[in-house]
Design a protein around this ligand. Structure first.
Ligand code: GRF
Length: 216
């Protein structure tokens, strides 16, 4: 493959297991790209350690250093643009950014959500709350969704979804763990397809283009 490698930037707040899955897939040659910058809103996020261990540049941008959410979002966009990032990965980033960060990366910013969108998503549905809501509702399947980021929280076009069964004795923790395993595969798949130029957004539909023959 001779086409340029995609430059990836990741936004993180926590453990960074999805970031690690992407890094592992890059190392294995599955993803034709490189993570060039990892930004966190929390200085002690373990995801930053993972980035440093992989020799990746990191930045910590804390929201309280900015007068508004818009100014914070602009700072994130500036940082990503300075690093010439092609694709932004929300990877467990616990902040909602505004248009200032989204518009420059429209169609080039992904998020992973631990439920089957449009269920159990939107403002207030994050972390344990998502799984509590799914168990409370009594659904028989849950899963994860990778989607492009739009201003409407969790509302952008869906790229990949994977399902898991919900068991009768599940707790939010056991369900979260079962879903997280699938998240790692789903995120790698979505990033792999983007980097191979195989995603085309048509309104709400993300079309997955066939693999191109070598040399074409
Ligand atoms: C994942 O469950 C993801 O769906 C959600 O935040 C969690 C991040 O986990 N947005 P990790 O930091 O990637 O381990």
């Amino acid at each position: 493959m001779c086409e340029q490698r995609t430059r990836l930037g990741a936004l993180v707040s926590g453990g960074g297991s999805n970031l690690q899955a992407v890094l592992d897939a890059i190392a294995a040659g599955t993803i034709h790209g490189d993570v060039v910058l990892v930004i966190s809103d929390r200085p002690h996020a373990y995801a930053l350690e993972r980035a440093r261990a992989a020799g990746i540049a990191t930045a910590v941008l804390t929201p309280d250093a900015y007068p508004s959410r818009e100014a914070y979002s602009q700072a994130i966009a500036d940082c990503l643009q300075q690093a010439s990032v092609d694709l932004v990965l929300y990877a467990g980033f616990m902040r909602i950014v505004t248009r200032e960060a989204i518009a420059p990366f429209r169609g080039r910013m992904m998020n992973i959500h631990p439920a089957l969108i449009p269920s159990f998503c939107g403002p207030g549905f994050y972390g344990r709350r998502v799984h509590e809501a799914a168990l409370h509702y009594g659904v028989k399947v849950s899963g994860c969704t990778v989607h492009f980021v739009e201003e409407d929280v969790d509302g952008g076009p869906i790229i990949v979804q994977r399902t898991v069964p919900v068991l009768e004795d599940d707790t939010p923790e056991t369900l979260a763990a079962r879903i997280l395993e699938q998240e790692h595969q789903a995120y790698v798949e979505a990033v792999r397809l983007f980097c191979a130029g195989r995603l085309r957004v048509e309104g709400r539909l993300v079309r997955i283009l066939p693999e191109r023959p070598v040399g074409v």
